[in-house]
Design a protein around this ligand. Structure first.
Ligand code: SAH
Ligand code: SF4
Length: 403
């Protein structure tokens, strides 16, 4: 099978998009916020909790995309809700399917206050025992890791909680995972599910968008909705030290650390944030991450870069650094992108590196690159969205005023 790209924008465009932009998006509100919003919309106090639960269940458990489908709510009330609220999805612009079954979607965000519509990417990786959805937390990234394609794109903006949680809903739509779709698609591969795991490893640094990521993960793990256990959600950070322990306490997902270097000298070059939060501080925060045990380990991600961080001395230093931390190591073969200065380490080198870790008792699977043919592999994501400088904005404004 060769990779295919489908342009599905026209078909997927929600027909409600032209309606009043003042409608409040439901997706992204916590249960408490939704109850408050129902109060503001004039729903009598006695009914509010029940209505909140009904809407919650329709949106997150049954996956409906319109109020009209909420059949246990009266027609009048459905209409009223439809006027006050929206449950629109982000627009799916393209869907690409790799020859290994990996899928990548380009998602278009609603127009922002400057009239721009930005885009983010999301990837689904099916494996025998799991289906992992890799979601984005920001458009672009403020950090500039030198081996990462996203890092070459300036931060455009944080995603809202609804845009983060909404990615999971879209994946379920496209994979036909909702109860009403499963009738036509009766054999989800893993325990009745397609999406069994979520990783915040798409575009952006999740700990720089803390509050929205926290709310979104609350929604995704809510037992009466999407119901993904927090043990099946992994937040990956490049090392925002002051937020790591807080993330453990308040978000409570599994943690992955993009380590990639074993000395400050090397890591400063690869992950420039290391100059602010050097390796010993980062590992200190990891040691203090709440709830660690052998069954609940931190994943250390280590991208294999030829001649940069892949010697046996690096592997031995890595073992020393991780001492005392319940840890797994994910060795990631470097995924190239146009214009990069790096190359992937040779296979032999990667195997020898893994061997040192294995001998020291660390499970260190080498992550097989997935979806390279559609630029969906780790670190290859980048959308065309760019933050416009003042000059470009003026030019845009002038152009649209003339239009
Ligand atoms: N910003 C977060 C999460 C997104 S990156 C973070 O940095 O952790 C997800 C993972 O892919 C990180 O470990 C990142 O370092 C890695 N990665 C980035 N570019 C890569 C590339 N070109 N090849 C392989 N892995 C890459
Ligand atoms: Fe940002 Fe993560 Fe890429 Fe670094 S690796 S530039 S933190 S997305």
């Amino acid at each position: 099978m060769t990779a295919v790209t489908l342009d599905i924008a026209p078909k997927m465009r929600p027909e409600t998009q032209s309606r009043s932009p003042a409608r409040l998006p439901v997706i992204g509100l916590t249960r408490g916020e939704l109850t408050e919003a129902l109060a503001k919309a004039g729903i009598p106090e006695k009914q509010r909790r029940m209505r909140m639960r009904q809407i919650w269940s329709w949106v997150y458990h049954r996956g409906v995309t319109s109020f009209a489908s909420m059949s246990d709510i009266s027609k009048d009330l459905r209409q009223k809700l439809d006027e006050a609220f929206s449950i629109d999805r982000l627009e799916v612009v393209t869907e690409q399917i790799s020859n290994d079954g990996t899928r990548k979607w380009l998602l278009r965000l609603p127009r922002d206050e400057r009239g721009q519509r930005h885009e983010v990417e999301m990837v689904y990786i099916p494996e025998e025992d799991r289906g992992t959805l890799c979601i984005s937390s920001q458009v672009g990234c403020t950090l500039t890791c030198t081996f990462c394609h996203t890092g070459t794109q300036k931060l455009v903006r944080n995603l809202t909680a609804g845009e983060i949680a909404g990615q999971v809903l879209i994946a379920r739509d496209r994979l036909m995972e909702w109860p009403h779709q499963l009738e036509a698609n009766p054999t989800p591969p893993v325990g009745g599910r397609y999406v069994t795991n979520v990783v915040l490893m798409g575009m952006g640094e999740p700990l720089y968008n803390f509050d929205n990521v926290k709310t979104a993960m609350e929604i995704v793990s809510d037992g009466e909705g999407i119901s993904l256990s927090k043990r099946r959600i992994t937040l990956s950070t490049s090392g925002v030290v002051p937020q790591i322990v807080r993330a453990g306490a308040e978000i409570g997902t599994m943690l992955a650390i993009s380590l990639h270097g074993t000395t400050d000298e090397i890591r400063n070059k690869l992950v420039p944030l290391n100059k602010k939060y050097p390796i010993n501080e980062l590992l200190g925060a990891c040691r203090a991450y709440p709830g660690l045990s052998n069954a609940r380990r931190i994943t250390f991600e280590y991208v294999m870069l030829k001649g940069v961080n892949d010697t046996l001395a690096d592997a031995k230093r890595l073992v020393q650094l991780l001492k005392g931390i319940p840890a797994k190591v994910n060795l990631i073969p470097f995924n190239p992108w146009p214009g990069t200065q790096y190359e992937c380490s040779d296979w032999d080198t990667i195997e020898r590196f893994a061997e040192v870790l294995n001998r020291a008792g660390y499970a260190s699977p080498v992550r097989t690159p997935r979806g390279r043919d559609i630029m969906a592999a780790c670190g290859q994501l980048k959308s065309e969205s760019q933050r416009l400088g003042a000059k470009e904005r003026l030019a845009m404004d002038a152009a649209s005023a003339g239009a």
